[in-house]
Design a protein around this ligand. Sequence first.
Ligand SMILES: *[C@@H]1O[C@H](CO)[C@@H](O)[C@H](O)[C@H]1NC(C)=O
Ligand SMILES: *[C@@H]1O[C@H](CO)[C@@H](O)[C@H](O)[C@H]1NC(C)=O
Ligand SMILES: *[C@@H]1O[C@H](CO)[C@@H](O)[C@H](O)[C@H]1NC(C)=O
Ligand SMILES: *[C@@H]1O[C@H](CO)[C@@H](O)[C@H](O)[C@H]1NC(C)=O
Ligand SMILES: *[C@@H]1O[C@H](CO)[C@@H](O)[C@H](O)[C@H]1NC(C)=O
Length: 628
Amino acid sequence: MWIWKCVSVCCLLWTVALCADPELEEEELRARTFLQHINGVRLEEYQRLANAEWNYQTNLTEPNKKHLLDTETVIAESLKKQWDEVIKFKWQGFRDNDIKRQFKMLSILGPAILSEEKFQRNSKLVSEMQELYSTAKVCDYKDSKKCDLALNPDLESIIRTSKDPEELKHIWVEWRKAVGQNVRQMYKEHIELDNESARLNNFTDTSEYWLSDYDTADIKDQIEMLWKQMKPLYLQIHAYVRHQMRKTYGDLVPEKGPIPAHLTGNMWAQSWEHFFDQSKPYPNKKSLSITEEMIKQNYDYLKIFKTAEEFFVSLNLTAMPPQFWEESMLQKPTDREVVCHASAMDFFDGKNFRIKQCTQVKEEDLFVAHHEMGHIEYFLQYAHQPAIYRGGANEGFHEAIGDVIALSVRTSKHLKKIGLASGEDDPESDLNNLYFNGLSKITFLPFAYVMDLWRWGVFSNDIPSQDYNCKWWKLVEDYQGIEPPLDRSEDDFDPASKYHIVANVPYIRYFVSYVIQFQFHRALCIKAGEYVPNDPSKPLHECDIYQSTEAGNVLGKMLQMGASRPWQDAMEVVTGQRNMDASGILDYFKPLQDWLEAENKKNGVFIGWEPSKRVCSSSRNDNKPSEE
Ligand SMILES: *[C@@H]1O[C@H](CO)[C@@H](O)[C@H](O)[C@H]1NC(C)=O
Ligand SMILES: *[C@@H]1O[C@H](CO)[C@@H](O)[C@H](O)[C@H]1NC(C)=O
Ligand SMILES: *[C@@H]1O[C@H](CO)[C@@H](O)[C@H](O)[C@H]1NC(C)=O
Ligand SMILES: *[C@@H]1O[C@H](CO)[C@@H](O)[C@H](O)[C@H]1NC(C)=O
Ligand SMILES: *[C@@H]1O[C@H](CO)[C@@H](O)[C@H](O)[C@H]1NC(C)=O
């Protein structure tokens, strides 16, 4: 009797013998050959695309743009043909999980599904928005005839260093005028084309397409849950910073309201470490001025990247190949316009891996260099995989690797080792240092979340185009507790002042990365014997995994998997966990959280924020005459 039952439901014991379908088995054999072919074709196409993208982004000319768009169009045609073949296979029934996985990935066609005309139009819109962003110039505050200030290095430098609120406001507003207003119509058209593409791919909208990378049905709920876990920590640092800011800027900063965006030391208020000097917990403790040390020691772009490479090599990971040093763009060229936004590129030939970064000799760029080199290390480690698997376990993993290394580098222990810091080792300096890391990491979380919450809303049409800007500020206020320095309206388009919006790069990957990098860090530190839970002499935030081959080998094992396994498997290799979990970041910042809670309480500081007094209206003409 039970045998009959088995035939119909394929019970465990009898699966192989009774459920095999000879026809399907033969098809699976054909599928194997087909995959070899497709992976070969893909490699060649990815190579061509990488070359065309590199040439354009490091040399913004019309011929280079045309060549990129032509290459994209030809490859889209080819992808469409490949996809027609892919869907002829009954891959859902295959028994080999690896073959099934590759087919599942190949069965999502993406933007190539659009008609050639619409595909080209969409690519052109994104290139042009990016170009506008990369070449925009604004006028100086003090010298209004000087109108050649670029975002990198000029505007970012002013926002970072100036403490004149009027100058900061000027730069903040002018940058948004130069980019935002000019791309609004283009952005709207681009969103509509993306929407059509997502729907043709059978996704409800573009956010479902973007998030398909995680292959996790409730990913949006998981993100929200992670944020809720971390929010109490954010509220403490937000309240503390606002309180300190009032000492510098007085009533420009409301006692109980949101923090004004232009005073945070960052163009997008995405991280606040440039407000460190004015706000550190122990002001009399000399803090690490890494930038000063770097300048004193004649660091240049090359030394920055060699320093990063040395750390990877110390972990028994791979050094950068010769082509990396010959072909990368590690400085801003003076003879042409380029996209300065730092990035790393895989040329899919096993030899060419490059970074483009308009490197300056400063602390931030030292860590960006580690971040970008983390991408290259991932490329190198999974270079033996078939083309379709040459990617991160999910997009968040790719962003996390270099940051994990940087978490060790940023400890005073390590900075002393490499001669970039000296001075005392005491609990107060230590807390200052942890606070610095909090200004860079904790403040970033709600920013990263808002970037995609806004776009998810745009994609689903919950945020229609006539509400783009005001809904943006609503989210910024609700999640970040940040307000603009002046009233805004729908004549402005402030989201576009950020590169990833105009370049159409999803952002939740950075949120995920900021959560999981602390899970990785904690696990690797335990492997390296540098962190012992509940041992106050070895706290997580002072752990340095430098020269730990135990840590490096387990990290390497995960990197080598690329996208060949579900991300949960990759995560398990390093952490033993199969989920994203905020306990890593919360463990790391526990001493800071305790200190902030006590300090805020002692000073009677208001936690959270009351509604902003800034208004966002449908058109500037609707605004009441400004009192300013
Ligand atoms: C930039 O691209 C143009 C073609 O548009 C080419 O002639 C020129 O040599 C390139 N410059 C560099 C430095 O590669
Ligand atoms: C979308 O679904 C329809 C109906 O199931 C199917 O015919 C079509 O091939 C699917 N398109 C894509 C791109 O998967
Ligand atoms: C370094 O990595 C290689 C392979 O990647 C491995 O064979 C070797 O044992 C590792 N060395 C150490 C000291 O762990
Ligand atoms: C996407 O397309 C659907 C169907 O055409 C439409 O109902 C929806 O409003 C569109 N969304 C956006 C953001 O344009
Ligand atoms: C993740 O999994 C661990 C068990 O490995 C569990 O203790 C923890 O609660 C989970 N966290 C989340 C956020 O699901």
